[in-house]
Design a protein around this ligand. Structure first.
Ligand code: FAD
Length: 458
């Protein structure tokens, strides 16, 4: 009997036949994540139903030095959940459900396989807001959100997932269960171990439960579209809003090329304002219309804003958002090579200009579009590979962009993580000493290297 066969027998005994699938019984959605990169049928798929079963599975795999790839909703954009044929995939989809909403603490305790949307709905019904929000909400799981430290639409006001997690339960590679299910805001009892697992992309432990922080439901929001003369104005308008009207709920900066592309894809492709301005910002605020009008007037006087529309109805607000949501059409209308990068806020404008110049120098006439959650220091840049010589020089483009990110002291991943796809570029943003410390942490928590090998660190 092979090693793998013995391990599978032990897993079946511990978890039950129905929790250990192989071959054709494994649904193809476990072969790759949203990127569709390098799909592979894992050697087995484990479907544990509770923490004890996760613990038993890892204890067995660790003893056999069998590699394990944790899988959430498979919506990741960095290849972190993609298995190899020799890996065992461990899906959290059966660890699903809400354990408790504690109104006094303003927390929710959940199992890791619960979808983000189910959490948002339950929290909404209880009169609170769980502010993490992203396009994949219906499929992604909170365990995956935590493992990737997901960002999303509301980071500017509520922070990344890390800021929304108060407690965790994690199963270590050897099967030990770490109960860190803290509900308290203040808790300075030694090292905050949960932070190691947030953003660790399944390489340090398997997240099985979490305590999340809730926020009050926001009041009515107002949507504005503003045209801006330059990048410096985008930053000063943001700071003005924060000072005079409170931090906006969203602050989405679109460069002219993105704005024009978004408008041209509308059902009725008519721009809501002239499209010759260098930049447009779509923002949402809970401040009163009166305060927003005063703030806008001051920004117009200061020359930070050159044109503006304040949506007067939900329908008009939705129509403005449609321009920004052009990103949803990228996979069908373009051959997109997407970059999710971070830079110090003051340098994003210069970076975009430099990057565009370098791309143009190398591949004249290429089409690239830029937009950013600049309040979160996050820039998304998409190069349309259809506008490049074929086969598209993907590696060279990645190298050009990530080298520029490194030169400006930026981060090669802002919110999607490193996974498999950005591993080779991590050194642009992380020093050799920091990489070596990450490796030491990995070796300490997972000495046999069974958890998600090849992800983040290679
Ligand atoms: P998976 O893709 O299954 O896994 C992601 C990583 O987490 C893998 O490394 C996996 O091994 C690990 N993992 C999963 N579950 C666990 C667990 N329980 N314990 C330990 N490790 C685990 N991301 C953003 O940050 N911001 C966005 O705005 C955003 N928008 C998106 C929009 C769309 C339409 C799509 C498809 C994706 C978007 N994403 C976004 C990316 C993706 O949704 C997030 O990375 C999400 O957090 C992944 O969750 P998941 O459950 O699908 O994880």
């Amino acid at each position: 009997m092979t090693n793998l066969q013995q391990t599978l027998d032990q897993l079946r005994e511990a978890l039950g036949e129905a929790q250990v699938l192989t071959g054709d019984a494994i649904n193809a959605r476990h072969y790759s994540d949203w990127t569709g990169h390098a799909p592979a049928c894992p050697a087995a798929l484990l479907l544990p139903r509770n923490t004890d079963e996760v613990s038993a599975a890892l204890r067995i795999c660790n003893a056999a030095q069998q590699s394990v790839v944790p899988q959430g909703g498979m919506t990741g954009l960095a290849g972190g959940a993609i298995p190899r044929t020799s890996d065992v995939a461990l899906s959290l989809e059966r660890l699903r459900g809400i354990e408790e909403i504690d109104a006094a603490s303003a927390t929710i305790s959940v199992l890791a396989g619960t979808t983000l949307q189910d959490i948002q709905q339950a929290v909404h019904d209880a009169g609170f807001l769980f502010p993490l929000d992203l396009g994949a909400r219906g499929s992604c799981q909170i365990g995956g959100n935590i493992a990737t430290n997901a960002g999303g639409n509301a980071v500017i006001r509520y922070g990344m997932t890390r800021e929304l997690v108060l407690g965790l339960e994690v199963v270590l590679a050897d099967g030990r269960v770490l109960n860190l299910m803290n509900k308290m805001i203040k808790n300075n009892c030694g090292y905050d171990l949960k932070q190691c697992f947030i953003g660790s992309e399944g390489t340090l432990g398997v997240i099985t439960r979490a305590v999340l922080k809730l926020a009050p439901q926001p009041g009515e929001t107002t949507t504005l579209l503003c045209a801006l003369p330059d990048y410096a104005s985008a930053v000063s308008l943001l700071r003005r809003l924060q000072r005079d009207a409170g931090t906006p709920q969203a602050y989405e900066l679109m460069w002219q090329d993105f704005f024009r592309t978004g408008v041209s894809w509308l059902e009725n492709p008519v721009s809501p304002m002239p499209d010759h301005h260098p930049l447009y910002v779509l923002l949402e605020s809970v401040a009163s219309r009166e305060v927003l009008e005063q703030t806008l007037e001051a920004a117009l006087e200061a020359g930070e804003v050159v044109d503006a529309i304040m949506a007067s109805s939900h329908t008009q607000a939705r129509a403005l958002w449609k321009i920004r949501e052009a990103t949803g059409e990228f996979p069908v209308r373009l051959a997109p090579l997407n970059f999710d990068i971070s830079l110090p806020i003051g340098q994003i404008g210069d970076f975009a200009q430099m990057c565009r110049q370098r791309l143009e120098q190398q591949w004249p006439g290429n089409h690239s579009v830029y937009f950013g959650h600049i309040g979160d220091s996050n820039l998304h840049l998409t190069v349309d590979c259809n506008s490049l010589p074929q086969p598209a020089p993907i590696l060279e483009i990645e190298d050009l962009v990530y080298t520029a990110v490194g030169e400006m002291g930026g981060a090669v991943s802002a919110e999607h993580g490193i996974g498999l796809l950005k591993r080779e570029f991590l050194h642009h943003s992380v020093s050799p000493e920091a990489l070596a410390t990450m490796r030491q942490l990995k070796d300490c928590l997972d000495p046999h290297g069974i958890l998600n090998p090849g992800k983040i660190l290679g």
